[in-house]
Design a protein around this ligand. Structure first.
Ligand SMILES: [Zn+2]
Length: 214
């Protein structure tokens, strides 16, 4: 009887004989000293856009918050269950990360659904429908532009979602204060799954440009 999918057991075996074996001391140090990641990455749940893989990060390097369409909701201390805001608060106030990167990606299913309200699984009673309604004003504006192609609308809203989340990050007092003090930097990035291209957001203009890797 297996207690875990075979693929995961095989992957774990590979991890133990590979990375864990070669980085045993690092894991021991992290266990003893605790984690101190400098960067929080907010990414989509999409299985193709894993930040640790894209940025080649090892254990302890990235604090990763993943949700549908890499969204940060507005600051709303209303007593409800806010998992995204809780993780953000922990990263900023307890871990004191220096950087926050909001990373969107191409072919995002959440963004696609937001552009077409009628397509499943966006029925009003679903959690995902409520979640993606955060982007509804922007989604409606983009969806209503008949001169844009479906592909252009998709990419546009993916990038708008990144700027939207960064704007909402600044509604959290702890983020706003630390950014103003120069102790916290906010970044945007967009990953194209098919080509592997990473586009980074210009903090002044909001435009996405290819980074100079040399
Ligand atoms: Zn996505």
């Amino acid at each position: 009887m297996t207690h875990l999918p075979e693929r995961l057991l095989a992957g774990y075996k590979h991890f133990m004989s590979g990375r864990f074996l070669s980085e045993t001391q690092k894991y021991r140090d992290l266990a003893r000293d605790g984690q101190a990641p400098e960067t929080l990455v907010i990414a989509c749940c999409d299985s193709r856009s894993a930040p640790e893989i894209i940025f080649g990060a090892g254990a302890g390097e990235l604090f990763v918050l993943r949700n549908v369409a890499n969204l940060i909701p507005p600051y709303a201390p209303d007593g409800e269950f806010h998992s995204t805001s809780a993780a953000l608060e922990f990263a900023v106030q307890a871990l004191k990360v220096k950087n926050i990167v909001v990373m969107g990606h191409g072919r995002c299913g959440g963004i696609k659904a937001a552009l077409d309200h009628k397509s499943p699984p966006l029925s009003p009673g679903d959690f995902i429908g409520k979640w993606m309604s955060l982007l509804a004003p922007s989604a409606d504006a983009v969806a209503g532009n008949s001169l844009m192609t479906p592909g252009e609308r998709q990419t546009a809203l993916e990038r708008i979602s990144i700027r939207y989340s960064i704007a909402n990050l600044r509604t959290f007092p702890c983020v706003k204060i630390l950014e103003e003090k120069g102790k916290l930097k906010l970044f945007g990035a967009w990953f194209d799954i098919s080509t592997g291209e990473l586009w980074v957001m210009d903090s002044q203009t909001g435009d996405f440009v290819r980074p100079d890797l040399n």
